[in-house]
Design a protein around this ligand. Structure first.
Ligand code: ADP
Ligand code: MG
Length: 396
């Protein structure tokens, strides 16, 4: 993958950067600026190199229309506070406002183009439409730096097509993400374990399939575990169940056996009659879930078992919470896995938006994990072994 070093001296050059500034907003205020902070290493480096920095980013889903509630204005304000450089917002994506704003830039200054998804060509399925927009972007820059890890799995104008128009390279965040995720999937130090959870098994079938060929052990918790338990013939009461996936999951259980991959399911389960924070919770064996109860977390025996497996591993990839961590009564399993990862000296990678949120919400020090990915979808696709268009285009 080409890096910023390959772009040469950047002083006075217009550097187009794709960043991921898709931050959560509430009443126009940013509630989590993690993605803006993750973009700082690249942006600081470019500013210090004396580049004229032109950022492309999206926010929410304005669906190709200019909608003021999706303006990048709040991001501009926050970025201006976080970085030691003047930051302004262009009046539009690639129109008169954008051209004037780029024209006015001095070395070491930053302008954000308006939300790229205000232009419907950004996400178009039609290659020609995307290319046309990419050409308009290309006229605003001399070189391109791809640093929006959260979007590198998307074939979009500001991610993919632009990289074919200008000399291009991966930014610091993308390099770090790809190095970490590859280290945790391609040639991992063994024992190599994968912890999977979250709500839906169907979201992660591709990951399970790919990792059955690579991992030494798989720990399965969260809502997806009940489809596995059902595949073993247990009844799961009112727990999340994807009946149409039972046969596929049976196949995975077979494959795991054939390949000698240890696949561990919850041996006990925290159940409650309702999906409610104050519902009365009890612990039952996983093959004795009552008809009128639902599983909302892995039980304490399982948490201990999973923690022991993690402690023995040299590499662990984790995607998906072990239970409904948003409710305190059902957060213990997720906490136990996070604790085991944070105290282990294994190489640990956490992917998935909710898993990353869980680790923060439960108060863990982020630096005790080797890597927390900023991209949910992109990190899943890497775990699935897929080629990401926004990365492939930086490789040739
Ligand atoms: P990630 O974003 O990390 O990939 P997912 O989006 O797949 O994770 O799943 C996260 C959601 O799964 C959380 O909101 C959590 O409450 C939910 N979840 C976990 N375990 C269960 C369960 N047993 N029943 C219902 N929902 C669950
Ligand atoms: Mg999620």
């Amino acid at each position: 993958m080409r890096t910023i070093d390959t772009l040469g001296d950047l002083r006075g050059k217009r550097v187009l950067v794709r960043s991921d500034f898709n931050v959560p907003l509430k009443d126009g205020q940013i509630t989590d600026d993690g993605r803006i902070k993750a973009a700082l290493p690249t942006l600081t480096r470019l500013v210090e190199a004396g580049a004229k920095v032109v950022i492309m980013a999206h926010l929410g889903r304005p669906k190709g229309e200019v909608k003021p509630e999706f303006s990048l204005a709040p991001v501009v304000t926050r970025l201006g506070e976080l970085i030691d450089a003047p930051v302004t917002l262009a009046g539009d994506v690639v129109g008169e406002g954008a051209r004037a704003a780029v024209e006015a830039l001095s070395d070491g200054e930053i302008v954000l183009l308006e939300n790229v998804r205000f232009d419907k060509r950004e996400n178009s399925k039609d290659d020609a439409e995307r290319e046309e927009l990419a050409q308009a972007y290309a006229e605003l820059g001399d070189v391109f730096v791809s640093d929006g890890f959260g979007v590198v799995h998307r074939k979009q104008a500001s991610v993919y097509d632009i990289a074919k128009k200008l000399p291009s390279a991966a930014g610091e965040l993308v390099v770090k993400e790809i190095e970490s995720l590859r280290r945790a999937t391609d040639d991992p130090e063994r024992p190599y374990g994968v912890v999977l959870g979250g709500s839906k098994v169907s979201d992660k079938l591709g990951v399970i399939k790919n990792l059955l060929n690579k991992a030494d052990f798989l720990l399965i918790g969260g809502g997806m575990a009940y489809t596995f338990l059902a595949a073993q013939g247990y009844s799961v009461g009112k727990s999340l169940l994807e009946e149409d996936q039972i046969d596929t999951v049976k196949g995975y259980l077979e494959t795991a056996k054939e390949k000698g991959v240890e696949l561990l399911l919850p041996v006990d389960t925290v159940v409650a009659p309702e999906f409610k924070a104050d519902a009365p919770a009890t612990v039952v064996a996983s093959n004795e879930i009552p008809q009128d109860q639902m599983g909302l977390d892995i039980g304490p025996e399982t948490a201990k078992l999973f923690a022991e497996k993690i402690a023995d591993a040299k590499t662990v990839a984790w995607n998906g919470p072990m239970g409904v961590f948003e409710m305190e009564a059902f957060a213990k399993g997720t906490k136990a896995v996070a604790e085991a990862l944070s105290t282990s000296d294994c190489f640990s990678v956490i992917g998935g938006g909710d898993s990353a949120a869980a680790v923060r919400q439960l108060g863990f020090d982020e630096s005790t994990f080797s890597h927390i990915s900023t991209g949910g979808g992109a990190s899943l696709e890497l775990l699935e072994g897929k080629e990401l268009p926004g990365i492939a285009v930086l490789e040739d």
